[in-house]
Design a protein around this ligand. Structure first.
Ligand SMILES: [Zn+2]
Length: 88
């Protein structure tokens, strides 16, 4: 099975970290840290803010490499959550 990519934060996630829909089924699109009970956990999150966080994770916390961060940032505009917001 190919890894799932969260359609909000762009991170790959495994089966057990799937978010939950309102009817308590598991989401195929979002990870548990982005999506719970059919709602985004952070309604105010923007793509720009996500980019900032990713770079911070890479630069300050070394949680991911800069390459990983940039890879995810490139992916963001194509994710379901952000697609619409590009048309401004
Ligand atoms: Zn996510």
């Amino acid at each position: 099975m190919k890894p799932l990519i969260c359609q909000s934060c762009g991170f790959p996630f495994s089966e057990e970290f799937r978010g939950t829909n309102r009817d308590h089924t598991k989401s195929m699109d979002f990870c548990i840290s982005c999506f719970k009970n059919g709602e985004y956990t952070d309604h105010h999150l923007t793509m720009h803010e996500l980019e900032r966080r990713l770079l911070e994770m890479a630069h300050e916390h070394n949680e991911i490499s800069l390459e990983e961060a940039q890879q995810i940032i490139k992916r963001l505009p194509n994710l379901k959550r952000w697609k619409m917001t590009n048309i401004l």
